[in-house]
Design a protein around this ligand. Structure first.
Ligand code: 5GP
Length: 131
């Protein structure tokens, strides 16, 4: 069965898209630790990030770098933290999270509740900065 992220890539499930190209897709995490918390995925459905072949893997991180540069232009923060967990959704993804302290990367922290308008506004602003 297709992963929830494959369904997002295909547009079968809505997402707040940040950027995409032929191989990669970036969108806001629906349960964000911070405003601008973004997931970057390969469109090809591969569960474990370290099973991705080298070219696609390198490209994923280069794509994530461009997304991070766009996020930091929009969300005031010390820097963009990056982590890979993957215990919930079996489709490789990188978390990009605007942070000011190490605690901002703690997934046990309560998630933000944002309105649809807030998600749309954040996504639109980051999309504009993506190059
Ligand atoms: P992980 O697999 O890295 O432990 O966590 C998966 C992440 O995907 C979580 O932060 C969760 O909020 C996010 N997530 C799960 N389902 C959806 C979804 O349908 N849409 C979006 N945008 N994010 C999701």
């Amino acid at each position: 069965m297709a992963s929830i992220f494959t369904k997002i890539v295909k547009g079968e499930i809505p997402s707040y898209k940040i950027a995409e190209d032929d191989n990669y897709y970036a969108f806001l995490d629906i349960n964000p630790l911070a405003k601008g918390h973004t997931l970057v995925i390969p469109k090809k459905e591969i569960d474990y990030i370290f099973d991705i072949d080298d070219d696609l893997y390198q490209g994923l991180f280069l794509f994530a770098k461009r997304v991070a540069k766009a996020i930091e232009k929009v969300i005031p923060c010390e820097r963009i933290g990056m982590t890979v967990i993957g215990l919930e959704v079996p489709h490789a993804h990188i978390h990009l999270i605007p942070i000011n302290s190490i605690y901002d990367m703690d997934f046990k922290q309560p998630k933000l509740k944002l309105s649809q308008e807030e998600f749309e506004d954040i996504a639109a602003k980051i999309r504009k900065e993506f190059i």
